[in-house]
Design a protein around this ligand. Structure first.
Ligand code: MN
Length: 229
């Protein structure tokens, strides 16, 4: 057994509905601008450009309905409701027609974003990490296995803040479908079991405040609850 000079980090993981086992997380990839209406609200062109990706850190996941602490260094923190795609197989250059075989299950997540810092990064041509990959920036639901829910391709995805709908879309509005994002991403990175992909957000992103109660939902997948503190 390997001996380490300091205690190794705790393995990041997500709960699984109806199970006391957890899904160990290796990497968290996020797809940018995957719904046309959101691309337009962010000032982009919704024509089918190549997908682009950024990453959050596995230990940014906020699980088990824990509260979201409003982060420092920002006064404009936004919610982005997204579907999680959880992989149980990995590889490079995964063919489109077998890409769904790599998916273990699905969940609901929030890609919390320090929009003011992200905007400053964009303007300066710098990486987005400080806007995207901060502590607790990825509240996530339980995962649901494909064996129970199959592969959702349509159905409502929405986010309520204090009971009011803020974001609403349908999974069938995703520009890059799940097999396409897996296949494309696997050409850029070697995917591995435990990798998550956050598949982009529909329109309606906006700021949160301390005290807000966030409730996310994807038909056939599940629900996410999170309070901003
Ligand atoms: Mn996002």
């Amino acid at each position: 057994m390997t001996k380490y000079i300091i205690e190794p980090a705790v393995q990041a993981s997500l709960p699984i509905r109806g199970s006391d086992e957890r899904f160990p997380v290796r990497r968290v990839y996020c797809v940018g601008r995957n719904y046309a209406a959101h691309t337009i609200e962010m000032g982009g062109d919704p024509n089918r450009e190549e997908p682009f990706f950024f990453q959050k850190n596995p230990d940014n996941l906020l699980t088990d309905s824990a509260d979201f602490p409003y982060p420092d260094k920002s006064t404009d923190v936004h919610h982005e409701i997204e579907m999680i795609v959880a992989l149980h197989k990995g590889g490079s250059n995964i063919p489109l027609d077998s890409a769904l075989d790599y998916v273990w299950g699905y969940g609901v997540a929030l890609d919390m974003t320090r929009r003011d810092l992200q905007a400053a990064c964009k303007k300066a041509g710098r990486p987005w990490e400080i806007g995207k990959a901060f502590e607790h920036s990825a509240p996530a639901s339980e995962l649901m296995p494909v064996s129970e829910i199959n592969h959702p391709t349509d159905g409502a995805i929405w986010l309520k803040v204090n009971g009011e709908i803020r974001q609403q879309g349908d999974l069938n509005q995703m520009i890059w479908k799940v097999p396409e994002m897996i296949s494309y991403l696997s050409g850029l990175f070697t995917l591995a079991p435990g990798d998550l992909i956050l598949s982009g957000t529909p329109s309606g992103v906006g700021p949160v405040e301390r005290g807000d109660k966030l409730e996310g939902h994807i038909d056939g997948v599940g629900d996410l609850y999170c309070k901003v503190i």
